[in-house]
Design a protein around this ligand. Sequence first.
Ligand code: SF4
Ligand code: SF4
Length: 195
Amino acid sequence: MRTLKLNEDSSKLANEVISDLKSSPSLELFKCIQCGMCTSLCPGARYSDYNPREMVKRVLDGDESVVFDDNIWNCFYCYTCNSVCPANNSASVVNQILRQMAINKGEQTERLAAFLTYGDSFLEIGIGSIPAAFFDVLVNDFGPEWLDLKMNLDSVRKDLGLGQVTLPEESIEEIDKILNVTGFTKKMGKIRGSK
Ligand code: SF4
Ligand code: SF4
């Protein structure tokens, strides 16, 4: 009788994905039956060489090169794959974890440049606000009134009898401490430095 010898490391990557903080107990990665439903409806797959079914297979095969595959950055996080998967797997969640693995290894950090401005907003005013770098595009789309509203939002809200959107100074300081203690601020610096 032929005995199939399993490589003990072949499930290392899949187990790392399952035990990642971004994962959840309901993620049925090992139940993927390679049906391809996720890929058939995936907008990322339609417009690029990205293939969520193949990505999941490579994770299950223990192919660690998938972490550094440029194509995994073509996922839109629309979660369509999740909604159609008969195994209750989520290629979207798997993708998020793979990307994070790449970033933790100092790879692909340049892709986060646009998002750093959102992080800066948390550090500066305690909330995620549209970065100034995008103002021109939004004025182009919505007209100069948009910028006027954006810059005077608190006073407009006051006129309407609504509370202000911006946070009081003590709350911003409190959030700043949380971001420091949780390592967010340090990670922002690391990503900025490795761009
Ligand atoms: S839809 Fe689910 S089971 Fe089918 S290939 Fe995609 S992840 Fe696997
Ligand atoms: S979340 Fe990503 S992998 Fe899933 S269908 Fe959308 S683009 Fe494709």
